[in-house]
Ligand binder design. Structure first.
Ligand code: ADP
Ligand code: ASP
Ligand code: MG
Length: 406
């Protein structure tokens, strides 16, 4: 019989009724003879509500205390799920990260998992007990509680599957699997039976929040069998796996998008080596991630540079760039946080010319202005005005033939 790690997301454990439903699914899997370890997220939007509480005190809560606060959300759902399992005769035990322990680096809010002590969990599984582990949290080297980034419980689940050498890691959520794009925005989006790790990495990296990026990285690196399923109704879900060499890869498999972008443009910079470094290094020092970058020289001797940052970092980044360029005469700095990014992803793009041309043709026909472009071998990403995002995604979804009956 198999050892399965199941992860249930916030909506899936969003109420007592949902926790009861999850408990009976877990108990049914165990009754079939499988070993089951469960990872849970905080109930519903409780992580957001905890964040609001802290921000009611200060706009910039101390990172250590914010993590201590946010981690409580997952502790509530582990204890409730273990209780619900016990009440239906399925022995279960809840664990937080300090109890295991699940070790991480010390970077609060963005810690990385460095190890999981699996002995207690293995002993539970051997005696038929279902361990219920808090997602999203860890223990820093100094013993404090960390969190590993929003949406991080998916990553906890894959890390646990690796530590336990599980046969499969199942991510149970509020949609039936991975779709060609977010089915809440494009109602005729199609569920994919399978998708390659490589494509899923690009989709997650470009903003498809159905899977946390690091969860996909982890699963690809350790060859974890990863499946996305609905916790609301039975179905085959989506298997994330190595590409099947016998099947020709689709040119475009999916479209990802995100609204967390902001654009900063500095024009009239001196066209000299080191200019880009001078602008970007202070941002890097402040831990601000820069995403799309484009530079061009519209006039002899001067260069324009444009890039995107996360919307939460926009005000800080804009102020830093303005401070950096203050020493140059005639440089203009502009910022816009009403922008969004979308990306078409598909491994068949490698061998198929004309994909970018079709994307621009479609956007042009829709009257969508493209502000920035970035590409990889299997992706074309563009930055657009935020109001144009959803019409652009719908138009591209149909232009690339992604809608369907599948
Ligand atoms: P959970 O709380 O279970 O972790 P999330 O809200 O993090 O759930 O992720 C599931 C959501 O991801 C879906 O409700 C859907 O709106 C969104 N989503 C975005 N892109 C996709 C996609 N390509 N396929 C499926 N869902 C997607
Ligand atoms: N509860 C955390 C969040 O809302 C982690 C997760 O749900 O995966 O981001
Ligand atoms: Mg999630």
């Amino acid at each position: 019989m198999a050892l399965i790690v199941q992860k249930y997301g916030g909506t899936s454990v969003g109420s007592i009724a949902r926790i009861r439903a999850v408990a009976s699914q877990v108990a049914a899997l165990r009754a079939q003879g499988h070993g089951v370890a469960v990872v849970v997220s905080a109930m519903g939007d409780s992580t957001d509500r905890l964040l609001d509480l802290a921000r009611g005190l200060t706009p910039d809560p101390p990172a250590r205390e914010l993590d201590a606060l946010l981690a409580t959300g997952e502790m509530v759902s582990t204890a409730l799920l273990a209780t619900a399992l016990a009440t239906i005769g399925c022995p279960a035990r809840s664990y937080n990260a300090l109890q295991l322990p699940l070790e991480t680096t010390g970077l609060h809010g963005r810690a990385r998992i460095t190890g999981i002590e699996a002995g207690t969990l293995e002993a539970d599984l051997a005696s038929g007990i279902v361990p219920v582990v808090a997602g999203f949290q860890g223990r820093a080297p100094d013993g404090s509680i960390t969190t590993i980034g929003r949406g991080g419980s998916d990553t906890t689940a894959v890390a646990l599957a690796v530590a336990l050498s599980a046969d499969e890691c199942q991510i149970l959520t509020d949609v039936d699997g991975v779709f060609t794009t977010d089915p809440r925005v494009v109602p005729d989006a199609r569920r994919l039976d399978r998708i390659s790790f490589e494509e899923m990495l690009e989709l997650a990296g470009q903003g498809s929040r159905v899977l946390h990026l690091r969860c996909v990285e982890f699963a690809a690196r350790y060859g974890v069998k990863l499946r996305v399923l609905s916790s609301f109704r039975p179905g085959p879900g989506t298997l994330i796996c190595e590409e099947d060499p016998a099947v020709e890869a689709p040119v475009v498999s999916g479209i990802a998008f995100n609204r967390d972008e902001a654009q900063i443009t500095a024009s009239g910079l001196p066209d000299k080596p080191g200019t880009a470094h001078g602008i970007l290094q202070p941002l890097a020092n402040a831990g601000i991630e820069v995403d799309m970058i484009v530079a061009g020289a519209p006039r002899e001797g001067s260069v324009d540079m444009s890039f995107t940052v996360h919307r939460d970092d926009f005000a800080r980044a804009l102020a830093m760039v303005r401070a950096t360029v203050a020493r140059f005469a005639g440089v203009e700095v502009r910022g816009d946080d009403r922008v969004a990014k979308l990306a078409i992803v598909g491994s068949g793009m490698r061998s198929q010319p004309g994909v970018a041309a079709r994307l621009f043709e479609t956007l042009g026909r829709e009257g969508v202005n493209v502000r920035l472009v970035s590409t990889s071998e299997i992706k074309v990403a563009v930055l657009v005005d935020e109001p144009a995002l959803e019409p652009a995604v719908r138009a591209l979804h149909s232009a690339f033939g992604l809608a369907g009956t599948g």
